[in-house]
Design a protein around this ligand. Sequence first.
Ligand SMILES: Nc1ncnc2c1ncn2[C@@H]1O[C@H](COP(=O)(O)OP(=O)(O)OP(=O)(O)O)[C@@H](O)[C@H]1O
Ligand SMILES: [Mg+2]
Length: 407
Amino acid sequence: MQPNPYTPSGRPRVFVGRERERQRLRDQLARVVAYGEMMGPLTVVTGPRGVGKTSLLRDVGEQAAENGLVVAWVSAVKQQPILGELIHQVRTALERAEVLDPKSARRVEEVGVEVSAGIAKVSAKIGSSAGWPAEAPAAVVGPVQDFLRHTSNLVRERGGAGLLVVIDELHAPLESRGSTERDPYDPEPQAVTDAGVLLNVTQNMDAERQHFPVAVIGAGLPQTKALLTRAATFGERTHELVLGEMDHATAEAVLVEPARRLGVEWSSDALAAALEDADGYPQTLQIIGSATWEAARPEQGAILEVNNVILGRRAALAEMTSLFHTRWAVASEAEREFLTAMAQLPESMVSRAAIAAELGVDTDALGMTRRSLIGKGIIEAPQRGQLRFTIPGFAEYVRGQVDDSEH
Ligand SMILES: Nc1ncnc2c1ncn2[C@@H]1O[C@H](COP(=O)(O)OP(=O)(O)OP(=O)(O)O)[C@@H](O)[C@H]1O
Ligand SMILES: [Mg+2]
């Protein structure tokens, strides 16, 4: 058998589609490369889990590196402040790119220490007060800005193009801790402060863009922009690139291209069956591709047939179920009731009113639950007042949960 070319839980071997988003990000980065100036306001790529945010940023990051940008990759963590990690990753990226001589390394170190001292001072203050400050603390904004100016210009002096900071899972630090019933939004104060600082810094850098050969791109669940706006009013100016399901031709390419490179083709029946199951959703496409491959164990020159897709379905379904399971496990009681009501309705696109009727409540009473489910990327509202599940198969899974709990 040829090695399985599908990547259900990682960066795709062949990245397809997303031309519009790639072009947009590329154009913004081209500004940094050509003029040595800030890319523009913070840009965030948003969308449900498994839609391809990280893959897109990896692809863009790789291209950026080819064009001379030093890329610092930050994976934000639930309720954890991000600035410390950001500084650390920038420094690591500079070391790796061998931009630092001993003297500049010392200088970068010093600025880093200044930032940490500012953060410590501010945390102490937050610790002794009830919440986070309404204004981003100047004691941190200034040093972070200096740090980025210094490091990005260093890259340029050494013949590079500048600095790209990528922050994946940008919603995570700002998620509610859910510790109090009273206040439904209850985030970690230091994490909110850090996000506020980041937004202020990007805003200031954009205003003085000629001094900052820097780009900052984030990715996160659909709620990211709303959470950023709560952290600082500047959050509003964030550019959002929304990733959705793939169109038919792109979805087809996700399946066909990796196989073709190994001399394996899909029959048209097999392709049609797989595409129908996956419904344009990248993660499902990779899972089905992988399961079909394992079922067929193809050699070079082989053709994947519809019976391979059918044989692979059981494994694909098991994998999807485990994904759904983690989402169901973190849903609140109210969210589960909402999802259950939604899954009982026969259409794939469901009106808010129908869900309210199913639950026997007023439509307005569902507002908060609906928003939080959209924010988590479990459901989406493609049209006003209409809702659907983002991931194919989730409705069936929810119906299964209900059956299980009844038996
Ligand atoms: N453009 C693409 N071409 C081919 N496969 C893709 C593409 N985008 C994503 N995929 C595949 O889809 C799956 C999910 O992608 P990715 O991890 O990038 O999603 P994500 O939006 O970052 O999800 P999460 O929110 O869970 O982090 C992976 O298996 C990846 O290989
Ligand atoms: Mg991701």
